[in-house]
Design a protein. Structure first.
Ligand code: B3K
Ligand code: ZN
Length: 876
C-alpha cells in the first residue's frame, strides 16, 4: 500500500469555505447531495485539477456552477473524483450527488445503520465514504445539513451545530436543517436519525449562555443515561473553572449506539458514543464502568476545544488533540476522584498498553513520521504517552506557566489546523525555556531507561548519584538521541521523611525534579548525614524504565514509609514483581518457589492502615498481572510458569493474612444504598480484592458464592463471579453462578459482555475450548465490535496461559477469528491482531507457533490495508 510521509505535507490548492449537505435517508439507498463552495487557494494553483477523495463511492450526478459537467471535464472512480476543466474565477460551486447503502456498511465507517439507527463515523477518513471531498483535517468549512427521512422510523434527526428548521413532508417523511457556524474539518461531521429515547437537561455557561443538553439512548434505557448526564455537566463546569473554556453552541447532543468501532467520537455538538460508555446503573454496570463513562464523556466534551476549535493540520499531528485531551480527562478524573489513586491507575494502564507497544515491533513516535493506514495509529502511544508528554511539559514549566501556555495556545490557534511545533512554541514563549531537546519525546519512539547508582559517605555527608540514560533501538530508529527526562525524586531518611541537602552539583534540580539531559550525570549532594533510600520517578514524572541498584530491604522500607504514596505503591509492586519472577525461575527449574515473609507482612500492614484510602489499599494489594511480569522478564517467556508463580504469591499472602482479611472483608460490607462515588467504589474494590485472596485456597468457593448470591450491585456480583471463574473454574458454585448470570442478564448485551469477558479470562489450557464454544452462543456476534472485544479481545490480551497455549492452538483459533472479523470490519480486525505484537518475547516453541499464525494471516489474499499493515509490521 501507499506510504504517507510527514515531510510530504503540502497545503491544498483549494479550500471549501462552505459545505451544504442534503441527505435523503433510506436503509439501502441513501442519496447525498453535496453543494460545495470551492476557492482556489492562490493564483499559482490556477490550472491545477481539483482532486477529491472518495472511498467506494457511486457518483450519480455532478454540476459545476449549476450546470452538468461534460464527460471529458472530469473523471470519477469509486476512490477519486478529478475535475480537469475548472472556471478561471477564484470561487465556484460544485454539486455532487452520490448514493450509499447504510445497511450494507459493516465496516462502521462513513454512514451506517446500527439497530435501525442511521449514524456516521468519519474520523479519520470516513467522510469520503459518504461523498467526494477534500477529506483532510486542514480543510475547514462551515456546514449546513438537511436531513430527510421516514418520520415513523426516524422521528429524531440530528446533525452538528444548531437546529434551524424542521417540518413534515408528504409520504410520511419529514426533514430537519442544522447549521454549524464553527468551521470544521470533515472528520467532525456527523448525523444521527432514528427512534430513540432521550434524557434532557440544561447547562448555563459562565457567560450565561443556555445550552440544551440531550443524551439519546435506546428506548426504555433512559434511566441508565442519568450518570452520563451528570458527568457531562461536571465536565462542562470543570473546563470553565480549570481552563477557562466555555461551550459554544445552543445544543449539545450525545447519542449512544450499539455497534461502534471504538469508545466514542467528538463530532462537533453531536458526540456519538459506544453505548457501553453511556449506559450505567448499579444493577448493570460496575464501578469501573461508571469511572470509564465519566472519563470518556469528559474526554469527548473536552475535544470541543482541543481537537475541534483547534484541530490538527494533518493526521501526523493526531497527538496534538489526543494526547492533550487525554491529559485533560486525566486531570478531570483526578479532581473528581482521588489524585493518588487516579495516577496509579493511569500508570498501570500506560505500562500495560503503551510499554509493550513501545518495546515491540509496532513502536512508533508519539508523532509518527509515516503511516500506511492512519486508523492503526490511534494507539496507546499517541493517546497515553501523548498525555504523559503534556504532563511532563507541566512538570518542567510548573502549573502557572503551563496554564499561561495553554491560554496562549487557545488565543493564538483558535480556528486553526495546528501542529506539534505550534503547541511547543507557546510553552517556549511563556516560559522562556528551550524545549528543543524535550521535543524528542514527540519524535523519537521507545521507552528510555534511566539507571541510577548511589554511593554515600557517612563521614563526609556526601551522596553521589551516577545517573545514565539510554534508549533501546526501535524499528527504523537504531540510533537514539539524548532525551530531556524530568525525574521527580526524594531522598528518604530513616524517619520516612525527605532529607534536605546543603548543596548539589552535576544536574539542575527544581522543585524536586532532577533534569536528566546528558547521557551521564554525576550528581553530588552534600549535607546528607545518613544513607538515604532513593525514591525515584515519583508520580511517574517521566514514562521511562528505571534500573536502580538497591537492596530489597530498601524497597521494603519505601513500601512502608515513603511519604509519596505513588512511590510506596511503586516500591511494593517492584518487590512483588521480583518475587514472582524469582519464583517462576524456580518453578521452571523444577524447584520449589519461596516467597519470604516481607511481602505478605506488608500486604497485611497496608490492607489495615486506615489512614490510607480504601481504593489505594486495593491497588497496593493487586499483584502485577501475568502480562506485567512477562514484560519485566522480557524474553523467553513461559506463561504457565508465571501463572503458577503468581498464584503461589497470592496463596502466601492469603495464608499469612487469612483472619485479618476475613475480618476486614466483613467490616467493609456495604450498609448504605449504592452510590457510584469514588469513596464507595474504593470500599468495594478493597473488599473485592480481599475476596480474591480469601478464595484462593482449594475449595474456597463459599464466600464468593455467597457474595454472588447476595450482591446488590453489578460491581460485587461480577467480582464474585470473576473470582469463582478464575480461581475455581470447575466448581459447582461457579457453574451455578454462571448459569444464574445468564438467566438474569441474557437479554442485555452489554451485561452479557461481562459474562463473555470473565470466561475468556479464565486461565489454563481449557480456556480455548470454552471460548470456542462461546463463539456459538446466541448472544455472541462476530459483526459486533463489543462482543468481539469482550470474548476474543479478552482471550488474547488477558489470558496469558489460554491464548499462549504451548501447542499453538490458541494462535490458530485467533488467526481464524481475525480473518473472519476482517471480512466485515478491517479496523476492528487490525486492532485485534495487535494481540500478537509481543510474540518475539515468548519461549522458542510458542514463538514459532505465533509466527506461523501471523504468516498465515499475512499470506491471505486480498487482505485489507488495515490488517496487512499490522501483520507486516509485527513480522518485520
Ligand atoms: N477521536 C476519536 C477516535 C477516532 C478513531 C478513528 N479510528 C475518539 C477520541 O479519541 O475521542
Ligand atoms: Zn480523543
Amino acid at each position: 500500500g501507499q506510504v504517507f510521509r510527514l515531510e510530504d505535507y503540502r497545503r491544498s490548492d483549494y479550500r471549501i469555505p462552505e459545505t451544504r449537505l442534503a441527505f435523503d435517508l433510506d436503509p439501502e439507498q441513501t442519496t447525498v447531495v453535496s453543494e460545495l463552495v470551492i476557492e482556489r487557494a492562490d493564483d499559482s494553483a490556477a490550472g491545477a485539477p481539483l482532486v477529491l477523495d472518495g472511498d467506494g463511492l457511486d457518483l450519480v450526478a455532478l454540476e459545476l456552477n449549476g450546470e452538468a459537467l461534460g464527460e471529458n471535464a472530469f473523471e470519477a472512480t469509486p476512490d477519486r473524483l478529478t475535475i480537469h476543466a475548472l472556471p478561471t474565477d477564484s470561487t465556484f460551486r460544485l454539486t455532487i450527488t452520490t448514493r450509499v447503502n447504510p445497511s450494507a456498511n459493516q465496516a462502521l465507517m462513513g454512514l451506517y445503520r446500527s439497530s435501525g439507527v442511521y449514524t456516521t463515523q468519519c474520523e479519520a477518513e470516513g467522510f469520503r465514504r459518504i461523498t467526494y471531498y477534500l477529506d483532510r483535517p486542514d480543510i475547514l468549512s462551515v456546514y449546513r445539513v438537511r436531513l430527510e427521512a421516514d418520520k415513523a422510523t426516524a422521528p429524531l434527526l440530528l446533525s452538528n451545530g444548531n437546529p434551524v428548521e424542521a417540518g413534515d413532508l408528504p409520504g410520511g417523511r419529514h426533514f430537519a436543517v442544522w447549521d454549524d457556524p464553527h468551521p470544521k474539518p470533515s472528520y467532525l461531521f456527523a448525523l444521527v436519525a432514528g427512534d430513540l429515547g432521550v434524557v434532557t437537561d440544561e447547562f448555563v455557561t459562565m457567560s450565561s449562555r443556555r445550552v440544551a443538553l440531550g443524551i439519546h439512548v435506546e428506548k426504555g434505557k433512559e434511566p441508565r443515561a442519568a450518570y452520563a448526564m451528570d458527568a457531562l455537566k461536571r465536565s462542562m463546569k470543570w473546563d470553565e473553572e480549570v481552563f477557562g473554556l466555555e461551550y459554544d453552541l445552543d445544543v449539545f447532543n450525545i447519542v449512544a449506539v450499539s455497534d461502534f468501532n471504538m469508545g466514542a467520537m467528538e463530532n462537533k455538538g453531536l458526540n456519538i458514543f459506544n453505548d457501553k460508555y453511556v449506559l450505567a446503573d448499579e444493577e448493570t454496570a460496575t464501578d469501573a464502568d461508571f469511572a470509564n463513562i465519566e472519563a470518556i464523556i469528559a474526554h469527548e466534551y473536552f475535544h470541543n476545544w482541543t481537537g475541534n476549535r483547534i484541530t490538527c493540520r494533518d493526521w501526523f499531528q493526531l497527538c496534538l488533540k489526543e494526547g492533550l485531551t487525554v491529559f485533560r480527562d486525566h486531570e478531570f478524573s483526578a479532581d473528581q476522584r482521588s489524585r493518588a489513586v487516579k495516577r496509579i491507575a493511569e500508570v498501570r494502564t500506560l505500562k500495560a498498553h503503551q510499554f509493550p507497544e513501545d518495546q515491540g515491533p509496532l513502536a512508533h513516535p508519539v508523532r509518527p513520521r509515516r503511516y500506511r493506514e492512519i486508523n492503526n495509529f490511534y494507539t496507546a502511544t499517541v493517546y497515553e504517552k501523548g498525555s504523559e508528554v503534556v504532563r511532563m511539559i507541566r512538570t518542567i514549566l510548573g502549573a502557572e506557566a503551563f496554564r499561561a501556555g495553554m491560554d496562549l495556545y487557545f488565543e493564538r490557534h483558535d480556528g486553526d489546523a495546528a501542529t506539534i511545533e505550534d503547541f511547543l512554541t507557546v510553552f517556549e514563549e511563556v516560559s522562556g525555556r528551550d524545549l528543543s531537546q524535550f521535543a524528542l519525546w514527540y519524535h523519537q519512539a521507545g521507552t528510555p531507561n534511566v539507571s541510577v547508582k548511589a554511593s554515600h559517605n557517612a563521614a563526609t555527608g556526601e551522596l553521589v548519584l551516577d545517573i545514565e540514560q539510554s534508549s533501546p533501538p526501535t524499528p527504523g530508529e537504531s540510533r537514539k538521541r539524548l532525551m530531556h527526562i524530568p525525574l521527580a525524586f526524594g531522598l528518604v531518611g530513616p524517619d520516612g521523611r525527605d532529607m534536605v541537602w546543603e548543596s548539589v552539583e552535576g544536574a539542575t534540580i527544581e522543585h524536586g525534579v532532577l533534569h536528566v539531559r546528558k547521557r551521564k550525570h554525576h550528581v553530588r549532594f552534600t549535607g546528607i548525614s545518613e544513607r538515604p533510600r532513593l525514591s525515584l520517578n515519583r508520580g511517574f514524572s517521566a514514562p521511562i524504565t528505571l534500573s536502580v541498584e538497591e537492596k530489597p530491604e530498601d524497597r521494603a522500607f519505601l513500601a512502608r514509609h515513603d511519604g509519596d504514596l505513588f512511590s510506596r505503591w511503586q516500591a511494593l509492586g517492584g518487590l512483588m514483581s521480583d518475587a514472582i519472577i524469582e519464583a517462576s525461575k524456580h518453578l521452571r527449574d523444577g524447584r520449589k518457589a519461596e516467597y519470604g515473609r516481607e511481602i505478605p507482612e506488608l500486604c497485611g500492614v497496608i490492607a489495615t492502615d486506615d489512614r490510607l484510602e480504601e481504593a489505594y489499599r486495593a491497588l497496593a494489594l493487586a499483584l502485577p498481572s501475568e502480562a506485567d511480569v512477562a514484560r519485566e522478564i522480557g524474553a523467553n517467556i513461559d506463561p504457565d510458569a508465571i501463572l503458577a508463580a503468581r498464584n503461589g504469591l497470592v496463596e502466601a499472602i492469603a495464608a499469612a493474612n487469612g483472619d485479618t482479611f476475613a475480618a476486614l472483608y466483613d467490616q467493609l460490607a456495604d450498609s448504605e444504598p449504592f452510590t457510584p462515588d469514588a469513596a464507595s467504589a474504593g470500599r468495594r474494590s478493597l473488599r473485592n480484592m480481599l475476596l480474591d485472596y480469601l478464595s484462593s485456597g482449594p475449595g474456597a468457593t463459599g464466600r464468593a458464592a455467597a457474595q454472588y448470591r447476595d450482591a446488590g450491585n453489578m460491581t460485587d456480583r461480577s467480582a464474585a463471579l470473576s473470582v469463582l471463574v478464575m480461581r475455581h473454574p470447575d466448581a459447582a458454585d461457579t457453574k451455578a453462578a454462571l448459569a444464574d448470570f445468564e438467566t438474569r442478564f441474557g437479554d442485555d448485551a452489554l451485561v452479557m459482555d461481562k459474562w463473555f469477558q470473565i470466561q475468556a479470562a479464565a486461565p489454563g489450557a481449557g480456556a480455548l475450548e470454552t471460548v470456542r464454544t462461546l463463539t456459538t452462543h446466541p448472544g455472541f456476534s462476530i459483526a459486533n465490535p463489543n462482543r468481539v472485544r469482550s470474548l476474543i479481545g479478552t482471550f488474547s490480551s488477558a489470558n496469558q496461559t489460554g491464548f499462549h497455549r504451548a501447542d499453538g492452538e490458541g494462535y490458530r483459533f485467533f488467526a481464524d477469528i481475525v480473518l473472519q472479523v476482517e471480512q466485515r470490519n478491517p479496523q476492528v480486525a487490525a486492532r485485534l491482531a495487535t494481540g500478537l505484537r509481543s510474540w518475539r518475547s515468548l519461549e522458542p516453541k510458542r514463538k514459532a507457533r505465533a509466527r506461523e499464525a501471523l504468516l498465515r494471516i499475512a499470506s491471505t489474499e486480498n487482505l485489507s490495508p488495515d490488517l496487512r499493515d499490522i501483520v507486516e509490521r509485527t513480522l518485520a
